[in-house]
Ligand binder design. Structure first.
Ligand SMILES: Cc1cc2nc3c(=O)[nH]c(=O)nc-3n(C[C@H](O)[C@H](O)[C@H](O)COP(=O)(O)O)c2cc1C
Length: 278
């Protein structure tokens, strides 16, 4: 049994979880292959391996954006070839506002491809829009304990697979209160795009160093001669974070209060959750 660990992680939390899972599986002698969906070569390679394998477990990780998985993850799942005897483990990190419908929707899409859901995991994380805030939502998460719990979880999953213990039904992951589901379903990145901070470029600071373009997980940036953002931009703000000259800017100062209000409204416990057959 081979484990493919595939993730999108513009701000690094999902990657932290993915790496920890990879490391523990590898230590236990499993064959693993990890791919960051921001890397087109790794993505093409893992898709090729998956197409050639009839006996694998696909662990696929996404941050939660506007209650859903991010476009690189949903597109990757859509591109997967149909499988019969393989299993999948969707996992998410979320910024302590709400984990939304991401896990459930990922599991449903994987089942559509023929995968069995061996288990699923949801981990709280620092909210990736609040990195400049003094006390961001989810500060310091996922922490050591969260990571240890994620490793124990994936160890249990690999044991369950070896023991041929059945997985879970995607409906187990449909855990949001029914009243909120419809609202969450109608939310989308496009719907919130106008409400999120707009990126601006200060041409006097930009040195055209190319870092933003190379780091963009959606290949949405062109230097024209200064950064311009194409329609594939899914608002991860990685370019704002990484620009060494602070030439790409976005004002998040008004976001924090609103996000805290939403977190209070959703009342979702910022704790790791793991779903599997005991
Ligand atoms: C555009 C955008 C939308 C987000 N939407 C949500 C959300 O609906 N709920 C939530 O709890 N966190 C939300 N977050 C925070 C991320 O889900 C969280 O920080 C995640 O851990 C980021 O993963 P990464 O570090 O792997 O990129 C959002 C972040 C961004 C940039």
């Amino acid at each position: 049994m081979e484990f493919f660990i595939v993730y999108s992680s513009p701000a690094g939390s999902t990657k932290k979880v993915a790496r920890a899972m990879n490391e523990i599986l590898w230590k236990q002698g499993m064959k693993t292959f990890a791919a960051d969906l921001a890397d087109p070569i790794a993505t093409a390679t893992v898709l090729r391996h998956i197409a050639a394998s009839e006996d694998h477990c696909l662990c696929i990780g996404s941050p939660v954006y506007a209650c859903h998985a991010v476009p690189p993850v949903t597109s990757f799942i859509a591109e997967l070839p149909a499988k019969k005897n393989c299993c999948a483990v969707p996992f998410i990190t979320w910024g302590c506002v709400t984990s939304g419908l991401a896990l459930y929707e990922m599991a449903e899409a994987l089942v559509q491809k023929g995968y069995h859901i061996a288990g699923a995991a949801s981990l709280p994380a620092e909210h990736s829009m609040l990195w400049q805030a003094e006390h961001p939502l989810g500060k310091g998460r996922p922490d050591e304990q969260d990571i240890a719990a994620a490793q124990a979880f994936i160890t249990k999953i690999s044991k369950n697979i070896a023991d041929q213990i059945a997985g879970i039904e995607p409906t187990t992951l449909n855990y949001q209160p029914e009243l909120l589901r419809e609202t969450m379903r109608n939310l989308s990145l496009d719907a919130v795009r106008e409400m999120l901070p707009r990126k601006t470029v200060d041409a006097t600071r930009c040195t055209q160093c190319n870092i933003c373009m190379a780091a963009c997980p959606a290949a949405a940036i062109t230097l024209d001669p200064y950064p311009t953002f194409g329609p594939a931009c899914f608002l991860c703000y990685r370019c704002v974070r990484l620009c060494p000259e602070h030439a790409i800017m976005a004002d998040f100062s008004t976001m924090e209060a609103g996000l805290r209000q939403r977190a209070a409204m959703f009342q979702e416990k910022a704790e790791p959750r793991f779903f599997f057959k005991q």
